[in-house]
Write a protein that binds this ligand. Structure first.
Ligand code: SAM
Ligand code: DTB
Ligand code: SF4
Length: 336
């Protein structure tokens, strides 16, 4: 069984990226099989519970007030309406319900409704995940008490590139919230975006930041930028198509995430809609074992249930049950 390390150096991570592609994918698949059941993919459903009008200026995001993307701002969805969507997801076989809000941070007056949503979704037997922006220690404790299973809060890119992508907060603000989530006893979901026009050295820095956290995130979403017209980065990509991330480099990033964070679930997240089945298959070979299903992500299109069911059947992959990832992590922790 490969050791779980949090002392990775940048140069070790850069060396992994430089391996021949066959060697890198072989190593990633070997690590994957030592820690996870082969051929199993976690299926997650995503719902935007508060869309648009976000005061942050993340250069990739359609929901920022700075973007001219046509996304309309809404209020926080009614609790019953969220629970209705969750029930539909449960009926469709989803075992994990992830809810996102376009907030810099939740206001204290929003918390009672958020708590009711977490409790309601959990009562349906699904795992819950929320992504609401930065949290105070008190808010993290309230979410933990409500029974929230995971909190998603991405570091998005390398520390050195961070302020070129977002100016309204710092990487340290992000790390502070991740530390509060961990302290409160909620499982951590943290990853980022590849294809922001970053260098390989930025991808090394991005993985290095996650793999050297005091404890690895239980879940690591790796998003491929969905270029949205009217956002700084979407428009940049439309003007310079060559800046689009190369598929092989994307798979390399997945493989390096898998090798450096062996126990974590690695989620092939946004961007699958425009990815070939062959590239997605390589991502699964490289250790990705989780996806978002359904027609929509938060505001952007997703691959869709029918297409995904056909792809998983073609690849002979099967849907993972809800408790499997956590059970695997806990068993490994106990064995350490
Ligand atoms: N406002 C909260 C926050 O930023 O933490 C939660 C929602 S935010 C939309 C969640 C994550 O979605 C971002 O951190 C980013 O990694 C990802 N994301 C947003 N827009 C994206 C895009 N156009 N392409 C790929 N990933 C995107
Ligand atoms: C994550 O890393 N990816 C998801 C989830 N966490 C919340 C969001 C992807 C958003 C893609 C762009 C959109 O739908 O607007
Ligand atoms: Fe707001 Fe999150 Fe979008 Fe940034 S990524 S603009 S914080 S919704």
């Amino acid at each position: 069984m490969t050791e779980v390390r949090t002392d990775w150096t940048r140069s070790e991570i850069a060396t992994l990226f430089d391996l021949s592609f066959d060697e890198l994918v072989y190593q990633a698949q070997t690590v994957h099989r030592a820690h996870h059941a082969a051929g199993q993919i976690q299926l997650c459903t995503l719902l935007s519970i508060k869309t648009g009008g976000c005061p942050e200026d993340c250069g990739y995001c359609s929901q920022s007030v700075k973007a001219d993307s046509g996304v309309e701002a809404t209020k926080l969805m009614d609790v019953q309406a969220v629970l209705q969507k969750a029930a539909e997801a449960a009926d469709n076989g989803s075992r994990r319900f992830c809810m996102g809000a376009a907030w810099r941070n939740p206001k204290d007056r929003d918390m009672p409704e958020i708590v009711q949503i977490v409790q309601g979704v959990r009562a349906m037997g699904m795992e819950t995940c929320m992504t609401l922006g930065m949290l105070t220690p008190q808010q993290a404790d309230m979410l933990a008490e409500a029974g929230l299973d995971y909190y998603n809060h991405n570091i998005d890119t390398s520390p050195e590139r961070y302020n070129e992508i977002i100016t309204t907060r710092t990487m340290d603000d992000r790390l502070d919230t991740l530390a509060e989530v961990r302290r409160a006893g909620i499982n951590v979901c943290s990853g980022g975006i590849v294809g922001l026009g970053e260098t390989r050295s930025d991808r090394v820095g991005f993985i290095h930041t996650l793999a050297t956290l005091p404890q690895h995130p239980e879940s690591v979403p790796v998003n491929a930028l969905v270029p949205v017209k009217g956002t700084v980065l979407g428009d940049m990509l439309a003007d310079t198509p060559l800046a689009k991330i190369d598929d092989i480099e994307f798979v390399r990033t997945i493989a390096v995430a898998r090798i450096t964070m062996p126990i974590s679930m690695v989620r092939l997240s946004a961007g699958r809609e425009s990815m070939s089945e062959a590239t997605q298959a390589l991502c699964f070979m490289a250790g990705a074992n989780s996806i978002f299903t359904g027609d929509k992500l938060l505001t952007a299109a997703n691959a869709g249930d029918d297409k995904d069911a056909a792809m998983l059947a073609k690849l002979g992959l099967r849907a993972m049950e809800a408790e499997e990832p956590l059970r695997a992590c806990k068993a490994l922790e106990a064995a350490e």
